[in-house]
Design a protein around this ligand. Structure first.
Ligand SMILES: C[S@@+](CC[C@H](N)C(=O)[O-])C[C@H]1O[C@@H](n2cnc3c(N)ncnc32)[C@H](O)[C@@H]1O
Length: 267
């Protein structure tokens, strides 16, 4: 279910997303009886699926990855790369697996769809995630859906659980950044058309740029120190959900509810 789109991909392009998933969701994957992760729409070559397997297995060695592509020729091209723990399947948003996976990663897939299609696709994919199991301390599966540039220097993604959207993460190579709103061009489909005055994501990026400007004196200690100071300032007005050890990586994660379209914009 879905539409064939351009297959552009690159080795190592999704490293920031892979590392974040490993850090955020590694415990769920490690504890699960059958930790299956889907790389949905891996593109013309299967690099991102191969890398996802390697990065998730560092902390959760029993993880298996299924690459799912809607373009049959791309599935045929990926088959020679199958190995223990990695298979490729033809399919789309229906997720052609017998089980409900613990992770669905869809990178640079929805950007080529219409904004109006996003909510239904999210709902469909969230319904396919492994359910929460409070008795075992599990929040269930995770859908990570977002966008990045060709070589993965700038990335924005939304993370959703079986219950719906949870967070938005901005991740960047700090040395390449003029100002945080440089990331606006990589907003996921649900937000990119909402970066206009009156919308929360626009207010957030405006505040992010202001905090970055105010933190300019920290630039003499390096872009990392400036970013950490900037994010610390942002926590005053915005529900930042992650911790300084993630900020050090050039990341910040914010509660979805604060950036969701049509919400009440801050200040
Ligand atoms: C731009 S490529 C992204 C490749 C890789 N994920 C990356 O970020 O480098 C998008 C891929 O998603 C595939 N695609 C689009 N809609 C899909 C769907 N509903 N299910 C599975 N694959 C889909 C396209 O055929 C295309 O190969």
């Amino acid at each position: 279910m879905g539409t064939v789109t351009r297959g552009t991909t690159n080795p190592n392009r999704l490293r920031r997303m892979d590392r974040w998933i490993a850090a955020t969701h590694g415990t769920e994957l490690r504890r699960a009886a059958d930790p299956v992760a889907v790389d949905l729409g891996y593109g013309a070559a299967p690099w991102t699926a191969v890398e996802l397997l390697a990065r998730l297995r560092e902390n959760a060695p029993r993880t298996r990855v299924v690459g799912v592509e809607i373009e049959p020729a791309r599935v045929a091209a990926a088959k020679p790369y199958e190995r223990e723990g990695l298979v490729f399947r033809h399919g789309g948003f229906e997720i052609p697996l017998p089980q409900r996976p613990l992770l669905i990663r869809a990178a640079n897939v929805l950007r080529q769809y219409e904004e109006a299609e996003v909510a239904a696709v999210w709902e469909r994919l969230c319904a396919r995630l492994a359910p929460a199991d409070p008795a075992r301390g599990s929040r269930g599966g995770l859908l990570v859906e977002g966008t990045c540039d060709e070589i993965g220097r700038r990335h924005v993604w939304v993370a959703l659980g079986p219950e719906g959207p949870r967070t938005v993460t901005f991740a960047t190579r700090l040395g390449s950044l003029d100002r945080p709103s440089d990331l606006a061009e990589r907003l996921p489909k649900a937000l990119i058309h909402r970066n206009v005055p009156g919308e929360p994501v626009h207010s957030f990026l405006r505040d992010f740029d202001r905090a970055w400007a105010a933190a300019a004196p920290y630039a003499s200690y390096g872009a990392r120190q400036r970013w950490i100071r900037t994010v610390r300032d942002l926590t005053t007005d915005w529900p930042v959900t992650d911790v300084p050890s993630r900020w050090r990586q050039g990341e910040v994660t914010v509660a979805w509810g604060a950036l969701a379209p049509g919400g009440v914009a801050a200040g």
